[in-house]
Design a protein. Sequence first.
Length: 185
Amino acid sequence: MFDEIRLNRRLQLFLGFVMGIFFGFFLQKGQVTKYDIIMKQLFLEDFTVVKVILSAIVTGMIGIYILKRYNMVSLHPKAGSVGGTVLGSLIFGVGFALLGYCPGTAAGAVGQGSMDALFGGVLGLLTGSALYAVIYPWLARHILHIGNFGEITLQELFKIDTLKMVAIASIFIVLVLVALEIFGL
């Protein structure tokens, strides 16, 4: 069955579309598509966004580990660099600060009918993407290669077994989630 999915591009696109709908639904149900919740997170008044993100990371990390263990997926890490990370962080941060949404929450907010996300978010995403595409050749020559650290994963960096890495990261994240609940954040 999984070989059929790998070979069928239309099925992959359809499954991606369905998963995207579920992702948006759960973002909306978790209330992280609401501008007020996001702004309270940025002002460290409400940690709903952090809780949803950390829960998704643990779920995804364990799920991908299981899928990889049974050869149902293959991973293709992309090369990273300090220059690319800093530039990407700045672009993301400025967009987030100006709009109050990240790309995922903006799409979810559009799905729930938020007009600010529709006009500001979609137009900003399209404009930013077009601008990035135009200046990408210059960025690739001058910025993106600075501090290149290659296609390394955390388990390779720390020289640790993947299962141990998943277990350690999951335990740490669950402890953070428990601490947020204990302290009422």
